[in-house]
Ligand binder design. Structure first.
Ligand SMILES: C[S@@+](CC[C@H](N)C(=O)[O-])C[C@H]1O[C@@H](n2cnc3c(N)ncnc32)[C@H](O)[C@@H]1O
Length: 266
C-alpha cells in the first residue's frame, strides 16, 4: 500500500490559510486515557525504518536533535531510535506521554508533554521534525511558525499520513470500511481530520522553500478481527463510545453491525 509523505527543507516562513472549524471537537481532548494508549502500542502501524533513513538522506548529515510531534505512546518514535543523537517525543496528551515513557526507554530518548503550537526547543536547534498521523489534528499555521523557529537551516520536516486500510481481495469490505472511516465516524472526528486526512495531506501547503513528496509501502494487518482492533484505537471511535456511553466492546459491535448492514445494501 502506498502512503504520502511531505518533506520540506529550509525555513522561509509564509502564511497559509486555515480551515473554518465547524465542529466543537477539540483534538487535544481526544487522546486521553491510558487504555487507548495501551491499545495504540499493541495495534497501530509503525513508521517504516526505510522512511526514517530517507529523511536522514534528505538531511544529508546525521541528525543531532529530532522531534517527533504528536508522538502518541511512542508507536512510531521507537523506529527513529539510533538514527539521531537526541530524540524527543512530544504529545499534548498526558496519558499518551505516560504510556510512552513506561513502554520505551533509551539513553537518547525522552518523551515530554507539550503542544505543536509551542514546541519545547530553542530557536534553530533542531535538525528534523516528524509528525506521524498527527498533523491533521494540529493548528497548522501555528505549528509551521514553530517549525520555522526551531529548525536549523536546511532542516527537514516530514508530515506522514498512512493509507486507509484496505482489503485487496474484497472491494465490498474496503467500501464498507471507507463508509465507516469517512461517513459513519465523520461526526466524531474534528473537521480538520476530515479536511486533511481524507486527501492524505495533498491539500496541505507547506510554507517552506523546498518540498518533496514521497510514497512508500507500509504493511497493515488485513484480517477482519485485526481491522476491528485498529478501529478501536481511532479517536473518533473512542468519541462515539463516550457520546453513546457504551463500552469498547459494545462500540466494536456497533461498527461490526454497521459494516455488515452496509455490505448487505451494496
Ligand atoms: C493519531 S495519533 C498518532 C500517534 C503516533 N504518532 C502514531 O503514529 O501512532 C495523534 C496524536 O497527536 C496528538 N496531538 C493532537 N493535537 C496535538 C497538538 N496540538 N500538539 C501535540 N500533539 C497533538 C494526540 O494527542 C495524539 O496522540
Amino acid at each position: 500500500m502506498s502512503r504520502t509523505v511531505g518533506f520540506v527543507a529550509n525555513n522561509a516562513a509564509r502564511t497559509m490559510s486555515t480551515i473554518t472549524p465547524g465542529s466543537k471537537i477539540d483534538p487535544k481532548e481526544l487522546f486521553v486515557g491510558s487504555d487507548l494508549s495501551e491499545r495504540y502500542v499493541k495495534y497501530r502501524p509503525k513508521l517504516p525504518v526505510e522512511h526514517v533513513k530517507t529523511i536522514v538522506e534528505l538531511l544529508g548529515r546525521r541528525p543531532e536533535v529530532w522531534l517527533d510531534v504528536g508522538c502518541g505512546p511512542g508507536t512510531s518514535t521507537q523506529q527513529i531510535i539510533g538514527h539521531t543523537d537526541k530524540l524527543v517525543g512530544i504529545d499534548v496528551s498526558d496519558t499518551q506521554v505516560a504510556v510512552a515513557n513506561k513502554t520505551f526507554q533509551h539513553p537518547s530518548l525522552s518523551f515530554v508533554q507539550g503542544s505543536c503550537e509551542k514546541l519545547p526547543a530553542e530557536d534553530c536547534s533542531v535538525d528534523v521534525i516528524t509528525a506521524v498521523q498527527a498533523a491533521h489534528y494540529f493548528d497548522l499555521p501555528a505549528f509551521f511558525k514553530e517549525v520555522g523557529r526551531t529548525l536549523k537551516s536546511k532542516g527537514v520536516v516530514s508530515l506522514i499520513c498512512y493509507p486507509d486500510p484496505h482489503f485487496p481481495t474484497s472491494p465490498t469490505l474496503t467500501s464498507a470500511l471507507d463508509h465507516i472511516n469517512h461517513t459513519y465516524l465523520r461526526p466524531y472526528f474534528p473537521d480538520s481530520r476530515s479536511h486533511y486526512f481524507s486527501t492524505k495531506y495533498s491539500n496541505i501547503t507547506l510554507p517552506f522553500t523546498q518540498h518533496h513528496q514521497h510514497s512508500l509501502q507500509i504493511g497493515l494487518p488485513i484480517s477482519y478481527p485485526s481491522l476491528l482492533d485498529i478501529l478501536s484505537t481511532w479517536s473518533g471511535f473512542q468519541n462515539l463510545c463516550d457520546e453513546r456511553e457504551i463500552t469498547l466492546e459494545q462500540g466494536v459491535h456497533v461498527l461490526d453491525q454497521e459494516m455488515a448492514g452496509f455490505m448487505t445494501e451494496e
